[in-house]
Design a protein around this ligand. Structure first.
Ligand code: MN
Length: 276
């Protein structure tokens, strides 16, 4: 086992002092162990924010892809290192494994380096709302009953992600901000839109029947926050396409951070100051 506690990251951590602070951060669907994982943006995110509580809402490591082909660059270790470091600094860390990292579900109830592994959790917001936190594949009928079909979808998805990376690389070369091809492709495909809204309704309905005020999940790689029949539905998105996080401010209000936009804003700020 790699000793994260006594190692240094490949890329040094940026100073902790000036980070934006939140009460809670939810992030999921990193898919570490795949080329699709946007580890650079994730590292940038982790180095610029801090919180009292952090939920890792599943599909952190992609065991399915790793089994097919081992891929683990230094940046992926750096992500794990930063998560472990956070736990040691005192952030209350809760890890809820998803379907791609389901091998960790057997450890639900245990603590690993200060990170609590749970099947699901109930989070209480600063304004007293109770939110059920789970990955979300529990409601994905395709994943449950036709596992092979989910793998076919997985292959098509991997192909789209390869294309997405090529577009991103070209855009970066021309100094254009991060833009997700796959995110926009998905928004255009009627079936995908129908699937997403159906998923959101099912999850919200299930949460409502459990008597909580809302639900936080990941899984479908589509960040969202909306009211569905009186239940607050939150999805923290992913770090493959959208590069998004869900955060709770200290007054209990919630926000989705689009990290590509945040980086663009940060990099534009000195230029704007210069122009003024
Ligand atoms: Mn998933």
């Amino acid at each position: 086992m790699f000793d994260f506690a006594n190692s240094r990251p490949h890329r040094p951590e940026e100073p902790v002092g000036e980070r934006r602070r939140f009460r809670t951060i939810w992030i999921s669907d990193f898919h570490l162990g795949t080329r699709g994982c946007n580890a650079d943006m994730l590292i940038d995110f982790l180095d610029h924010v801090d919180s009292d509580i952090m939920y890792l809402v599943g599909d952190i490591v992609d065991g399915w892809q790793l089994k097919k082909r081992f891929y683990w660059p230094a940046a992926h270790n750096d992500v794990i290192w930063r998560l472990m470091k956070r736990a040691r600094r005192g952030t209350r860390m809760i890890y809820i494994p998803g379907n791609h990292d389901e091998m960790f579900r057997q450890f639900a109830g245990l603590d690993f380096g200060g990170i609590r592994i749970r099947r699901k959790a109930v989070h209480e917001t600063a304004d007293g709302r109770r939110l059920l936190v789970l990955h979300g594949d529990e409601f994905d009928a395709i994943t449950l009953s036709h596992r092979w079909l989910a793998h076919v979808g997985d292959a098509a998805y991997t192909a789209l992600m390869t294309l997405n990376r090529a577009v991103s690389a070209v855009r970066r070369r021309f100094g254009m901000p991060y833009w997700s091809l796959s995110k926009h492709a998905k928004a255009k495909v009627k079936n995908a839109v129908a699937f997403i809204s159906r998923f959101e309704e099912i999850v919200a309905e299930a949460a409502g029947s459990r008597g909580v005020d809302g639900v936080v999940c990941g899984h479908i790689h589509t960040a969202e926050m909306r009211d569905i029949a009186g239940v607050a539905y939150y999805n923290d998105g992913d770090w493959v396409e959208g590069c998004t996080a869900l955060v709770e401010h200290f007054d209990g209000s919630m926000e989705i951070l689009h990290w590509g936009d945040e980086i663009a804003r940060r990099e534009a700020a000195p230029v704007a100051a210069l122009a003024a």
